[in-house]
Design a protein around this ligand. Structure first.
Ligand SMILES: Nc1ncnc2c1ncn2[C@@H]1O[C@H](COP(=O)(O)OP(=O)(O)O)[C@@H](O)[C@H]1O
Ligand SMILES: [Mg+2]
Length: 234
């Protein structure tokens, strides 16, 4: 189920520069936020800190109103999905095995194969379960990577320039797919992009510059997001 996310005064500093400088951001459950801004603005760092892959030097992250603390990080990472610009599929594994890769080494309370097949169908690649990444187009590889990100039924999906390696038509299809998966599975999403056309598909566009939020623009009324989420709740 979709989770709410908040960054409270998050700073991340490197010896010679400040990647994030007191970022405040509240994202209600089910909302799709597009993070924009020039290269080096801090978009990826926001995603890494939110996903528990990087630690703030100051401030903290809240998930469903609870502060994320170090002992929760492993569980937290398992409850989020991450999609990258370069699809990072394992070349020797089939599409289905790539989707299942995150859960292969672990005991899980669901039927792995059934879950993988369902997700391949959800991303429109139900017929390509046995294909190797090299036999798939870039857009198809990104679909596989998205299916993999959903294998643990995350309440939060983080995507870092998910269309950055794709042409604009295929990129558009990937964004449409993400938006439809948000509805189907009930997820909050943070999507970093420097493409204004991609960003216009979100509920909200948050612009970063030099590690600070410089604008925060709502594109859909928040009540719409709540409605959609209401429809997803049992
Ligand atoms: N491991 C690191 N060491 C030093 N500086 C880093 C590191 N990671 C990121 N940065 C710097 O932090 C700033 C923000 O980076 P990033 O979040 O990747 O921006 P964006 O994703 O918007 O391009 C950049 O100036 C980048 O060079
Ligand atoms: Mg980046």
């Amino acid at each position: 189920m979709a989770v709410s996310v908040a960054l409270r005064g998050v700073s991340r500093r490197y010896p010679k520069l400040v990647a994030l400088d007191g970022v405040e951001l509240e994202v209600p459950a089910g909302e799709v936020v597009m993070l924009t801004g020039p290269s080096g603005a801090g978009k990826s760092t926001v995603l890494h800190v939110t996903g528990g892959m990087d630690k703030p030097d100051e401030g903290y992250v809240e998930i469903d109103g609870r502060k994320l603390v170090p002992r929760d990080l492993d569980g937290h990472r398992r409850r989020i999905g991450f999609v990258f610009q370069r699809f990072h599929l394992l070349p020797a594994l089939t599409a289905l095995d790539n989707v299942l890769a995150p859960v292969l080494p672990r005991r899980v309370d669901f039927d792995r194969r059934a879950r993988g097949v369902e997700l391949l169908e959800a991303v429109g690649l139900g017929q390509r379960a046995d294909a190797l990444p090299s036999q798939l187009s870039g857009g198809q590889q990104q679909r596989i990577a998205i299916a993999r990100a959903l294998v643990n039924r995350p309440g939060l999906l983080l995507a870092d320039e998910p269309t950055g390696n794709l042409d604009s038509v295929i990129g558009r299809e990937i964004i449409d797919l993400l938006m439809s998966l948000r509805e189907r599975y009930g997820m909050t999403m943070l999507i970093a992009t420097h493409d204004a056309e991609v960003a216009s598909n979100g509920d909200r566009v948050v612009r970063l510059q030099d590690g600070r939020v410089t604008s925060d623009q709502r594109l859909t009324p928040s009540v719409d997001v709540l409605d959609r989420l209401g429809g997803l709740r049992p």
